[in-house]
Design a protein around this ligand. Structure first.
Ligand SMILES: [Mg+2]
Length: 365
């Protein structure tokens, strides 16, 4: 099997409202898509999501990697990844913007490999679970108590059992009222987690979480800067709920350090920053070796396959505002708080031609 053609394009979707967390406020989102055609007739699809500069991601993907992919066998995933990495080393560097297109390509390669094997991705990775739980995650930093109760309560009625809200930039008392509001809306048996998006210092994290502890949090996510690797263990030692994180990390060495030091008690690698299916799978396995649950960051449609297959896979993050379901033909089915994985070969998602026609961002070149 050989890759014969590389197609890239960008879909832009208005969010309809502004949403955000402790550090960001979002009004638009983009899906930068890569599709790899092969002489075997299979088409592999991968994508990355961004809030801005989508045209840069798309043009970089095309200019840096398209020629390198044509003629390659998708089963040579490691060799292709290394060839792509080498192209980025001097300019613009291995991490950050250059890593996202490489990850989208990696996802498309795995889609092709599983298709050629005739198996859904979760089974190609060794899994057997058709359904994985999802937790509700809201970009609800700007919501008042009434809105918080409404947007979480709605999903409790749909069968979700775990809920996450944005914290940071508020007094411990104000954060406690937020968590209480959600608890009342979702019921006493549900789990509630908080996400600070790195907005606290170690001392602030400890002080605020201790004020929240009577509310029995499922986890505390990204309490402090991703660069304060050793600070995570100091937070973890001083609070009761598990410290979760990893969505902003790119390299397995970063995960290994946090896992070994006790600063990562739930691993949340992002499908794209961690390096596609290959990179996220590596992190899931590393976490398994430390007895740490794997609950990946966004990109739930593809990551659900990895959660199915990983021994430590617990659930996926579902953010309604980021749902890729609006642009794929066979949108992931979520019933009773569980994602039903497609049974067709590959990851199972193809861009819907009608969505493509409606949301296509015209190319600038
Ligand atoms: Mg987060």
């Amino acid at each position: 099997m050989e890759i014969t053609e590389v197609e890239t394009y960008t879909l832009g979707l208005p969010t309809g409202e502004t949403f955000g967390d402790a550090r960001a406020s979002v009004t638009e989102r983009f899906w930068v898509v890569v599709e790899l055609d092969t002489d075997a007739g299979y088409r592999g699809t991968g994508w990355l999501s961004t809030w801005r500069a989508a045209e840069l991601f798309e043009s970089y993907l095309r200019d840096a990697f398209a020629d390198l992919l044509v003629g390659r066998n998708p089963f040579e995933t490691e060799a292709v990844r290394e060839a792509m990495r080498e192209r980025t080393l001097y300019y613009p560097g291995e991490l950050g913007m250059s890593a996202h297109p490489r990850a989208a390509i990696d996802v498309a390669l795995w889609d092709l490999k599983a298709k050629a094997a005739g198996e859904p991705l979760y089974r190609f990775l060794g899994g057997d679970e058709r359904e994985v739980p999802a937790y509700l995650s809201r970009m609800d930093a700007g919501y008042d108590r009434e809105e918080l109760a409404a947007v979480h309560g709605e999903y409790a009625e749909r069968g979700f059992r775990t809920f996450k809200t944005k914290v940071g930039n508020r007094s411990p008392e104000a954060e406690a009222r937020r968590v209480e509001t959600i608890r009342e809306a979702v019921g006493p048996d549900a789990d509630v987690a908080v996400d600070a998006n790195q907005s606290w210092t170690v001392a602030e994290a400890v002080r605020t979480v201790r004020a929240l502890e009577p509310r029995d949090l499922a986890w505390v996510e990204e309490p402090i800067s991703e660069f304060d690797l050793d600070g995570h263990a100091r937070v973890a030692e001083r609070i009761a709920p598990p410290v979760a994180g990893g969505e902003m990390l790119y390299r397995p060495e970063q995960f290994r350090h946090l896992l070994a030091s006790g600063g990562m008690e739930i691993a949340q690698p992002d499908l794209v920053r961690a390096g596609g299916v290959t990179g996220q799978w590596e992190v899931a396995r590393l976490a398994a070796g430390h007895g740490v649950p794997f609950i990946p960051h966004i990109y739930y449609a593809v990551s659900a396959h990895l959660v199915s297959a990983a021994p430590n896979g617990r659930m996926v993050e579902y953010i309604p505002e980021y749902d890729v379901g609006g642009v794929v033909e066979n949108a992931p089915r979520i019933e009773d708080g569980r994602v039903r994985l497609p049974d067709e070969p590959g990851h199972g998602y193809r861009i819907d031609p009608e969505a493509k026609a409606e949301y296509l961002v015209p190319s600038k070149d």
